[in-house]
Design a protein around this ligand. Structure first.
Ligand code: FE
Length: 145
């Protein structure tokens, strides 16, 4: 996938990140902006990253932070990319989300605050968690070699 997110310096410090909606809008495609910055949800089964063919890392579509590994990806049947855990502690933040008459746990990128999706307590072993993530919130970086 080649879009504006590819130009982002993945080593950027938080101070280098856009600060306003206007700045984010200039950096992201309209579809990514709607999900990452406005907490939108892509239609189920629509995402480019539902199935990937090689091993690699999923980075934040907003800032490039490394968030998930193909090692932890599983087929949930939900229509969105699903993972049993984040790549490291502290890179994903959780927030109580009571929108749409539901009580869910929203997940966001700890570096840029971008909306990723939700985490549910109905995942497989070893964590029992299901990180349900929009493809539009992610970029896939296949492993070298
Ligand atoms: Fe981010």
């Amino acid at each position: 996938m080649t879009d504006q997110a590819d130009r982002i310096n993945t080593t950027a410090e938080p101070g280098d990140l856009p600060a306003t909606d206007e700045e984010w809008r200039a950096r992201l495609s309209p579809e990514r902006f709607a999900v990452l910055r406005k907490k939108g949800t892509e239609p189920a089964w629509s995402g480019d990253l539902l199935h990937v063919d090689s091993a690699g890392v999923f980075t934040c579509g907003g800032c490039g932070a490394q968030l998930f590994s193909t090692d932890d990806k599983f087929e949930s049947g939900s229509g969105w990319p699903s993972f049993t855990r984040a790549m490291a502690d502290g890179i994903i933040e959780e927030h109580d989300d009571r929108s749409f008459g539901m009580r869910r746990t929203e997940i966001t990128c700890a570096r840029c605050g971008g909306h990723l999706g939700h985490v549910f307590p109905d995942g497989p072993r070893p964590t029992g968690l299901r990180y349900c993530v929009n493809s539009l919130s992610l970029e896939f970086r296949p492993s070298e070699g």
